[in-house]
Ligand binder design. Structure first.
Ligand code: C2E
Ligand code: MG
Ligand code: MG
Length: 724
């Protein structure tokens, strides 16, 4: 019994006690509130807790608490609040300015006002707004309920809806709308975004909206609304203001990557550039380092570590490079060897031998240029590629390098003379075209062997004729400018005869060179050399000028002569403009065009290039007679005469008849004479050495001739004497 009493007492006292601690704790209902969370700071999702927070949430919590509800917030899935009203999952939905019909057309009821929400306009900073009744305003779709109230307040205002804040801002910037409308709390959040710093709130609040909780107009709805109204009435304004101030003064906006780019774009760009610059510099350094390493490796492969001269590998490469780069330089390649180097090593020690080799390499390098190369091919054997500088250079090298090496030990007070043997190979034109360095070295090595067997000489040539030729070439090329000015080069004249009248019909100007070192040299030797080296134009200009001067003098003496001048193939270049060059000469020396006949050798016509045909035509246009020289001496094809517009053909009789069957040669000559005549061209035959040839030609219809029979080329004074 006692136990039953005790238990009963305890039960009732527990009920009383619980009632005292928290009234209604046993009958608290859960109030489900539907909200949309895209209105920071009124409703939004807290990033940390992932729970809905904001002014509206806190306010509702306070009111629900007061009303004895446990409140649960749900984010609405509907497009807007109007539609959310119809969803039975929510007991109430918020916020509403006033009671509106639901999307399904059901009437709704709302609580008393929780707070006033000010709505303000935002526009671009510098923008002045016209009257509110005539402006175009942008709003978010989710505020369509508010828009209805706005339309009632400002019937003249045009409202355009946007899905997102960004879209609405873009439209504002493009000038499609005058301002954006939203509640001031939201603006306090949105305008924290750096990219919106060109926007400004228009300070005067255009209107205030109530902030109410709504639900469908049902009995249950009425019950909830009434209960909430009871709570709203007792929650003090200060509590509400506290919540508002708390949220509107926080920096709630979270920067995204674009905000950072906008805000710190320039700094980030500079940092990026800096990083790129650092990477580029680091890469360049690395690349330079790599190149340096490769170069060192190459050097190691291409250099002789003892003397610093090239290794055979490096030498081969360098020689090919040099021959390609300097095809006009006459090179020699020498193979040099110290006789009995073995004994030097034995007698003075290996390091003394090494010192001698280093000394030799240094002395050689001292006299050499970048155009030359030296290599230690093995122990005491050096191979050198050197520009051929004639006998003087050989003797200078002898004293500057070889003698020093020969006396190396004597100069160091040791009684031993070093004997060096050298074999020299003079490079031929083929060596430049297809350089085979090993072959050249072999030729020089063979010669060195021969020299070393012969106790008298210290050097010898593998191909002395080539050496001679090379030296003559160097003498010809090197002396041309001086020879022109000093009178070594002269114009000689060979008469051209009209055999029928026995009169002198003209002359051919031929150059003669009495070389100060080589003596009298024939054009057959120096003309091809000058052609190859590109110097022939200098010589020809000089000759043409001299001829014109003589013609002018003869004109002044009352003798009107015609002279044939030779034009080399290489003179026919666009930049030389031969036709105008001759025209200018005529002007300068007051000559007529018939006084200069232009001989262009048939070999030049052989390639039938456009330029030679153009030049020929131009010369004819200027009144000159153009002659095809040396016809029959090699390149001619009969077809050529058809295509080339020359005035006169100069047949080389000597060439056509010098070998083989004379009779057949004469038959050919007679047919050519006929053919040229039938083609309407003039003809002169050169190389006439005796009377029978002259008679034969006359019989066959050619009376213009030139040859030793009538007179060899002669100095101008002799030629003038002829004519008298
Ligand atoms: P080319 O123009 O055919 O000159 C004729 C050559 O034949 C001349 O040789 C002349 O001396 C030679 N000759 C003349 N009559 C006879 C003869 O009866 N029998 C033989 N066997 N030969 C005879 P040269 O003076 O030694 O000139 C050789 C070539 O050099 C010329 O041939 C011409 O192509 C060229 N040449 C000469 N002087 C000049 C010049 O001032 N400028 C240019 N570009 N070339 C020139
Ligand atoms: Mg000629
Ligand atoms: Mg000729």
């Amino acid at each position: 019994m006692v136990v039953v009493c005790l238990f009963t007492m305890l039960f009732f006292s527990a009920i009383v006690f619980a009632d005292e601690i928290e009234p209604g704790v046993f009958n608290r209902e859960i109030l489900t509130v539907g909200i949309s969370t895209d209105r920071c700071p009124v409703f939004y999702i807290d990033k940390g807790s992932n729970e809905p927070v904001g002014i509206g949430v806190d306010l509702m919590k306070v009111i629900a608490e007061q009303a004895g509800y446990d409140v649960e917030f749900r984010v609405i899935g509907e497009e807007n609040l109007k539609a959310a009203l119809d969803n039975p999952e929510y007991d109430v939905v918020m916020p509403f300015g006033s009671a509106i019909d639901s999307a399904a057309g059901n009437a709704s009821i709302v609580t008393d006002n929780l707070m006033q929400t000010p709505f303000t306009l935002v526009t671009r900073k510098e923008k002045m707004l016209p009257s509110l009744n005539s402006i175009k305003v942008g709003m978010l779709h989710s505020l369509s309920g508010v828009a209805e109230t706005v339309k009632q307040l400002f019937p003249g205002m045009e409202i355009v809806f946007f899905n997102t804040m960004d879209e609405s801002v873009k439209a504002l910037r493009r000038g499609e709308i005058d301002a954006l409308l939203h509640n001031s709390f939201v603006w306090s959040y949105v305008l924290q975004k750096p990219a919106y710093d060109d926007l400004a709130v228009k300070p005067s609040t255009i209107f205030s909206m109530d902030f109410r909780v709504g639900t469908l107009d049902t009995p249950e709805g009425h019950r909830v609304i009434e209960r909430l109204n009871g709570a709203i009435a007792v929650v003090p304004d200060t509590a509400k203001q506290g919540i508002i101030v708390d949220y509107t003064t926080r920096h709630l906006y979270h920067y995204d990557i674009f905000d950072y780019i906008y805000e710190y774009g320039q700094i980030m760009l500079m940092i990026a550039l800096l990083i790129i610059a650092v990477i580029v510099i680091a890469w360049q350094r690395y690349y330079a380092f790599k190149l340096e390493q490769e170069q060192k490796m190459l050097d190691y492969l291409n250099r002789d570590p003892l003397t610093g001269t090239l290794s055979i590998n490096g030498f081969r490469k360098r020689v090919v490079e040099l021959l390609r780069k300097y095809p006009d330089t006459q090179y020699i390649l020498s193979y040099n060897n110290i006789k009995n180097f073995k004994y030097i090593n034995e007698r003075f020690g290996k390091s003394a031998g090494d010192d001698l080799l280093k000394f030799w390499a240094d002395k050689s390098l001292e006299v050499m240029t970048d155009k030359e190369a030296i290599c230690r091919i093995e122990s005491d054997h050096f191979v050198v590629l050197r520009c051929a500088g004639g006998d003087e250079q050989l003797s200078k090298d002898g004293s500057d390098v070889m003698d020093q090496v020969r006396n190396y030990f004597i100069d160091r007070h040791k009684d031993s003379k070093v004997r060096i043997c050298s074999g020299i190979y003079v490079l031929t034109p083929e060596d430049y075209q297809t350089p085979d360095v090993d072959h050249m070295i072999d030729f020089a090595r063979v010669t060195e062997k021969r020299v070393s067997e012969n106790l008298k000489d210290s050097y010898g040539f593998y191909n002395p004729e080539q050496w001679e030729k090379g030296m003559r070439t160097a003498d010809i090329i090197g002396n041309l400018p001086l020879a022109i000015t000093s009178g070594e080069i002269q114009v000689w004249y060979q008469p051209q005869i009209n055999y029928e009248t026995r009169e002198i019909a003209g002359a051919e100007a031929l150059c003669r060179w009495n070389h100060k070192k080589l003596g009298f040299i024939s054009p057959g030797e120096f003309i091809p050399i000058l052609e190859e080296s590109g110097l022939i134009y200098d010589l020809d200009c000089f000759i043409w000028e001299r001829v014109c001067r003589d013609l002018e003098r003869w004109n002044r003496q009352g003798i009107h002569r015609s002279v044939s001048v030779n034009v080399a193939r290489c003179d026919i270049k666009e930049e030389y403009d031969i036709p105008n060059h001759f025209r200018n000469l005529l002007k300068t020396y007051e000559l007529t065009p018939d006084q200069l006949r232009i001989e262009i050798t048939e070999s030049a016509y052989a390639d039938n290039s456009d330029i030679i045909i153009d030049v020929t035509k131009k010369l004819q246009e200027y009144g000159f007679e153009v002659e095809m020289d040396d016809f029959g001496s090699g390149y001619s094809t009969l077809n050529m005469l058809k295509d080339i517009p020359v005035d006169r053909v100069k047949l080389d009789y000597y060439f056509l008849t010098k070998s083989g069957d004379l009779e057949k040669g004469n038959i050919i000559v007679s047919y050519i004479i006929r053919m040229v005549r039938d083609l309407g061209m003039k003809l002169i035959v050169e190389g006439i050495e005796d009377v029978s040839q002259a008679e034969f030609l006359t019989k066959n219809g050619c009376s213009y001739m030139q040859g030793y029979y009538f007179g060899k080329p002669m100095p101008v004074q002799e030629f003038e004497a002829l004519d008298i």
